[in-house]
Design a protein around this ligand. Sequence first.
Ligand code: GLC
Length: 647
Amino acid sequence: MSKPLKELLKEEREAEASRPPAPVPEPAATAKFTEKDVSLELCSPRSEKSMQVSDFTADSDWSFDLQRLAPVSEEAEKKTTAEKDSDSSKNEAAIPSVKSTESEESSGTSEKSESDELAKSASISPEKCETPPTGKVKLRSNDETPESVAMPGVLMKNQSVDPDFFKDLDVKELSPVGTAMVEEAWERLKKSFVYYRGKPVGTLAAMDPMAEALNYNQVFVRDFFPTGLACLMKDPAEPEIVKNFLLKTLHLQGREKTIDNFTLGEGVLPASFKVLYDSHRAKETLVADFGGSAIGRVAPVDSGFWWIILLRSYTKCTHDYALAELPEVQKGMKLILNLCLSDGFDTFPTLLCADGCSMIDRRMGIYGYPIEIQALFYFALRCAMQMLKPERDGKELLERIDKRITALSFHIQKYYWLDFTQLNNIYRYKTEEYSHTAVNKFNVMPESIPDWVFDFMPLRGGYLIGNVSPARMDFRWFLVGNCIAILSSLATPAQATAIMELIEARWEDLIGEMPLKIAYPALEGHEWRTITGFDPKNTRWSYHNGGSWPTLLWLLTAACIKTGRPGTAKKAIELAETRLSKDGWPEYYDGKTGRYIGKQARKYQTWSISGYLVAKMMVENPSNLLLISLEKDKKIAKPRLTRSTSM
Ligand code: GLC
């Protein structure tokens, strides 16, 4: 079967749009996922011929950003209609269906180069939105679509970066270094496979012969995510390991989880697990860590979310709907979500977390409502909506999910968003406002805005800040939360574009010499002492405290492709290619620009390897994005975002 990609994307949009407003099915309805996703089969990203960025054509519809790839390419812009026509024939992509594996267990650029124009359109501050969504506000593409997806000359106006820096690159050309690295990466990835009773079930976190293993000889759930994606994006796909991983971790969820006489929630998934040979019983067993052995004794909040998101990617790739429909898989999803959706004292739809409950698994002042967890929560909720069957209690759960998605997206889009205008608003906030008319709802003291933000914030661009809670806004930049917000469409299209503009405008700070900074800026001095508790591993510009993590390359690449900026991803990948393999695929780099291999970084870190592979496969075949990206949820009413005229 062969269909042009544009058509496939259109069908995907239509499939999404045809989703009923509320997930209230007929009592006897069969799995919603199966029915709805029949059309998604047509959108299989697997293609015989690798699709190129330049194969895409511009489309005014914002709802799928892949179609906006063309305008970023100067090449593409110069193309005559005739050339475009001939190109469009290249879009023909054969889509062989990937065999389902059997279940083994019972179980516009309107070149506005004037700087005042630039400043005018810079802000998408949600200040104007004072009322919660009513379900009736329709986003107008004019409101949401920044005129310029790529304006290299303009973008750099207040930056110190070479104006030609972000010129789109021809992604068809593979450097010899890249080709050799890709081969090496696959070889190393294969070697990291962990087998349980003869089947691959995950990958070791690292294979550094020179360093003490600690728990790096375990399969980490979050670390496996890019590896799982790599196996799914591979042509032909290798979904078996992903399926086994999903089922084995689910099995571990069923274990009793007790730490010092206290039992954790039933739905918690482990941070990591390992295979042990039990010589008594002469068989292999799986041993899981739910936080009971982890440094700091914190349970991972992100594991369950990554698991749900990976399940959707797996299903999307293989069309093996049977896996998601298994009763135990349905139950597993429900248990994960029940942990997060239970009623309590919360006045926010965001999820309250302990420090160290995610990729940053040490004390780093991310307790409260960290953006990474909120974005993953939103992503997982939306994936679950596609996969949960509405039978029995399912219907009620789907309704709760639906409501939470609406409330969560409103809260994040409005209260976490920071751009030039919003920063200025906060700077001028009044405090001690009482009643529902308060503008400064959380009573944030303007004095708490750190000095660095004023310099860091470009006129054009913005981001979702690290954390929002009473009298506390953590203004730090965290890459995972922002990119996940783009991929899941938690960020509005205008916000997504602004986030990418910020990354480009602050390239030196956020990418530097080695992609990518996990957080910015680093905590130093007194702040480091009080917030990290004198953590010697998290000294300034090291590890989680402003270190640079190559694994994040896949996330940046996916966000770049979704927002029509493949050239930016390519630039970051090329940077990584100058050193990553030579340096032995380190876990992280240290220093303000990420120049130094991390103090305690493991070498041959698996997710550095798979993150690179996924980035490569996405940039070479952008349709791979469909495995991981979600369209904006059309039925979620969003705050009406208007361009600021404050400048
Ligand atoms: C470190 C990281 C964590 C990762 C683990 C295994 O603990 O902080 O995010 O999952 O190593 O690579």
